[in-house]
Structures are given as structure tokens and as C-alpha cells.
Ligand binder design. Sequence first.
Ligand code: ADP
Length: 427
Amino acid sequence: MAGVLLGCVADDVTGASDLANTLAKAGLHTVQTIGIDGLAQAPADAEAIVVALKSRSIKPAEAVRQSVEAWRRLKALGARQCYFKYCSTFDSTERGNIGPVMDALMAETGGAFTVACPTFPENGRTVYQGHLFVWSQPLHESPLKDHPLNPMRDANLVRVLQAQSRTKVGLVDWQTVAQGPDAVRAAFGVLQRAGVGAAVVDALTLGDLAAIGEACADLPLVTGASGLAAGLATNFIRAGLAEGRNATALPAVDGPAVLLAGSCSPATLAQVEAAGRRYPVLRLDVAVLLAGTDVVPDLVAAARGHLGSTPVLVASSAPPDAVRAVQDRFGREDAGRTVEQAFARLAAALAQAGARRFVVAGGETSGAVVEALGVQALRIGAEIAPGVPATVSLGAVPLALALKSGNFGGEDFFHDALEAMPGECMP
Ligand code: ADP
């Protein structure tokens, strides 16, 4: 086979898993790396590689630097097309980082035109007339208005992206998308002649995404959430460059299981409550931690006590008013980073104590945890919930991992994940 076809740069680790899940389901043999260094572990037969950065909430210049370096390395491995993956809720601030990274990758790939399409129908994210909806609510009325790091206050993505990008931003509306790939391609041409460099593209359904994906076959750079990438995988298969085989088998990993919840999304709050009916739950008290008491050693000791007998959940998840109170007192970024580091130390200590199966809720939280576990690359397995695959780490001591973006998964997600990850939660 042709080696790496699609080279992907994702702005957080769970987003990368989501994309890798889509590509594996669409038939590309897919590997996710944690950071750029993980590329050293990527097997030669990978058809798609997703480099997970942790660049969503860092300074724009640093996000640009890392994203460009990741793409250069992917290109050196043979990648023919670049995919920039961000959240289906367009998580970003006025400074970025979606716009600056898109601009930089466009320059780097030599493209003159790209698209932005965060639609993810299975999780209720759709774009109509440039406005992003989360199920029935426009983005700025959805729970994302209260996100701990990137509160989203405007649903108009043309406006949001234009504020972040040097490129002129336009729109391909749903009425055009509904006419199919040729109409979408024609609209790209019209916009480009009008000086537009990036188009937000409306999409409501998987069928819309497939049409847009087909129209994007010749673009050096495509940007979006995971959904649009399925069409790019199909393009490679249709062109005979990939076999399109099912590539989601994983080796079993047996061992004690740890569940970690650092997301404060409504979905995770419900999942923590549901998990509490099955497993012991230890609370990471964020206010105490931020006031200067290191709560990690006690949590490690308490969790270790359960490792031999049952999966154990450690959660910092709290409702919006509690999160706001903590952030007002300690600062949004400092609070987030300190809590993430607490989860990182906790995970490392529990792996040291023998834990081999980890389920993590929260994008930033997952990024901190996999880094602390020394995980550099992941094989992608079967889907646990839309956007969340079971994975197993490559490397000397394989770990079974499920990394979930906060809002994803059904109420019983933690249990579903343990069931779907091949292997046993034995002591
Ligand atoms: P999501 O995927 O839902 O966005 P993340 O893990 O990416 O979840 O982001 C959640 C952020 O909130 C992290 O920075 C985390 O450390 C922080 N956090 C977790 N619990 C609390 C809490 N109780 N109060 C304030 N911030 C918190």
C-alpha cells in the first residue's frame, strides 16, 4: 500500500481519538500519536496518522509552531493531504487558535483555499447558514457558553473564524451542499475568485458531509471536526490508494482499571453520577487543591485500596456555578492547569501501582494523563460511543485507554468503555 495518505493535526488528544475513530471506521489503517515525538513509533503501514497536540488553549504562536512542525513531519512520511481537526463545538477564543493554525497550514501546504466544517451529526453538531447548533440550541445558548476554558458566545462561525484569521472567510450554504459535490466544488471556485480563502460549509447530515468530503479531494488542506474526514478516507479508497479494509482489531490488555473525570460538561456530570451506582467514587476537591493542599497522595492511597477489587473513579467534575466560583478565585487557566496536573500525577502513581486500563473524561484532562503515562502512540480499535474509540498504546507496557471529550458518550459511558476495551479488569 501507499503508506501515509492523510496526515492529520488535532488540537487535543480526545479530538484526535475522535478523528482516528472516524478514519478507522471509514477503512483507513489509523494510528494516533501523542505529540510529534510519537511519530517515531508510528508503524510503516499506517494509512492515516493523527498527531494529537495540546494546542487548543495555548498561545496562538505556539499552536502555529507545533502544528506546522507536525505537518512537516507527516509530509516527510508521505502524507498527501493535510487535515486540521478541532472540536465540533469550534472551541476557540478571539485570538484563536483555529484561525491562526488554519492560516499557517494553508501557507505550509501551498493551498489557496480551504474549508471549515465542524458538523458532527451523531453528537448533534450541525451548521446551517454558518451558524453552529448543539442539538436544538445555537452554540452561544448551549452549555458551551459555560466551558471552563473556552466559553463560546457566538454561533456565527463566519464571524468567529474571520475574527481569528487573516484569510477572507466566506460561506457555502446548505442549499448548495444539498445539490451534491459538483455544486460544492463550483461554489469553492466562485468564492475563491471573490478573494475568499476559507469557507465555512453548512452540513446537517452524514450525506452532506460525504458530498463536501468528495468536493475536497483536491484541496491540500481541509479543516473540521471528525465527521468531514470520513469523506476524505473514501476519496483515497475510491482512488485505489487504500484497500478500505476493516482495521479496528486490538490486543487484549488485562489489569486493574481507573476512571478519571476532569470534565465539567453536563454529559460527564451525568456519567459520573451513573458510575457512582456501580463503582466507588473519590472526589478531587478542587477548592482545597487550589488553596494549596496537595490532595493527590491521599487520593492515590484511597484509589490503590480499590485497585485489587473494582474499577475506581476519581472525579473533579463540578457544575457551572462551582467551576465559576473556583475560577473567579484562582484564575481560569491556573485552576485548569493545576487540576490537570493533579490528574496527571494520580494516573502516573496508579499505573506504577499496576493499573493497566484507563478511562478518561475531558480533552485537556486526557492530554495531561497520557503525557504522564508516557504514552506516545495508540492503535485505534472499535467505537465505544460516537467519537470515542477503544485504544491500546504502542510501546513496552501496553495500556488500554479510552479518552473522551467531555460532552461525548451516553450516561453509562464509563461502564460501556470498560466493556468495549478488550481484556479483563482483573486485580
Ligand atoms: P472538556 O472535554 O469537557 O472540555 P477538559 O478536560 O478539556 O474537559 O477541560 C476541563 C477543564 O476544567 C480542565 O482544565 C480541568 O482541569 C478543569 N476543571 C476540572 N474540574 C474543575 C473544577 N471542579 N473547577 C474548575 N475547573 C475544573
